[in-house]
Design a protein around this ligand. Structure first.
Ligand SMILES: *[C@@H]1O[C@H](CO)[C@@H](O)[C@H](O)[C@H]1NC(C)=O
Ligand SMILES: *[C@@H]1O[C@H](CO)[C@@H](O)[C@H](O)[C@H]1NC(C)=O
Ligand SMILES: *[C@@H]1O[C@H](CO)[C@@H](O)[C@H](O)[C@H]1NC(C)=O
Length: 254
């Protein structure tokens, strides 16, 4: 009798775990953050400009935002990439792609956090960028110059665009960003982090992708949304239950 009750209880727990596991928090998927230029909801945008065009089928940015993303000192943020002389074009293309990902991607939901900032209500935090995307960014910026490692804060904005503050000297990128990990995590106050995973793994966000093969970041968002909704259950019960499921199945079948 006790044995029977135990079995039933375990079956119930396994069932509950399976249901929880199969139901990610839907608001983490296919969403736009509440920030300066984002649409309320993702939708198709046929006219997305050049480097932002991979997001045409489903996008959080309007076409005008995608065009601005390719300009220097654009109306988006009045940001000057050339604050220590001309940034190399090979380097700049990564900043354009970074802007496209930030403005257009509907797959950053698992990393959206609320913030108290005058210009946005939400930000992204620790988005795991595929290691090749981060490494290439760092390598292509080798020959360019900057004067700061955090590009969110501390600029002199008195001219209407960012200039190096007094005392911040221009040096090669590598002076301020000694590693790819330093670049990806420090530059935008930990919006990104260097992932240990590679492009195509389904476990890291790709800044660059070929839309002919679909958007690889959809699967990545689903994976992390699921992992986070299981992890968010009290006291790690979710993960515990999840880890028990295969064991229970083996035990019940034996
Ligand atoms: C960009 O386009 C959208 C939709 O067409 C419009 O609502 C928005 O006001 C435009 N923004 C600017 C700054 O022109
Ligand atoms: C934002 O500011 C409000 C009011 O000052 C405060 O109540 C709230 O906790 C803050 N939220 C965050 C995320 O810091
Ligand atoms: C990356 O993953 C490999 C294999 O799982 C592991 O051995 C290595 O320590 C990881 N590196 C970092 C930086 O986490």
């Amino acid at each position: 009798m006790a044995q029977l009750v135990t079995t039933e209880l375990l079956l119930l727990l396994a069932g509950v775990a399976a249901v929880w596991a199969a139901r990610p928090r839907t608001e983490l998927l296919n969403v736009c953050m509440d920030a300066k230029h984002h649409k309320e909801k993702p939708s198709p945008e046929d006219e997305l400009h050049e480097q932002c065009s991979p997001w045409k089928k489903n996008s959080c940015c309007f076409a005008n935002t995608s065009r601005e993303a390719h300009k220097d000192i654009s109306y988006l943020y009045r940001f000057n990439w050339d604050h220590c002389g001309q940034m190399a074009p090979a380097c700049k293309q990564h900043f354009i792609q970074d802007t496209c990902l930030y403005e257009c991607s509907p797959n950053l939901g698992p990393w959206i956090q609320q913030v108290n900032q005058s210009w946005r209500k939400e930000r992204i935090l620790n988005v795991p960028l595929c290691k090749e995307d981060c490494q290439q960014w760092w390598e292509d910026c080798r020959t360019s110059y900057t004067c700061k490692s955090n590009w969110h804060k501390g600029w002199d904005w008195s001219s209407g665009h960012n200039r190096c503050p007094v005392g911040a000297a221009c040096h090669h990128f590598h002076f301020y960003f000694p590693t790819p990990a330093a670049l990806c995590s420090e530059i935008w106050s930990h919006s990104y982090k260097l992932s240990n995973y590679s492009r195509g793994s389904g476990r890291c966000i790709q800044m660059w992708f070929d839309p002919a093969q679909g958007n690889p970041n959809e699967e990545v968002a689903r994976f992390y949304a699921l992992a986070m909704s299981a992890g968010a259950m009290p006291h790690g019960i979710g993960l515990l239950l999840l880890s028990l499921v295969p064991m229970l199945q083996l035990w019940l079948l034996s």
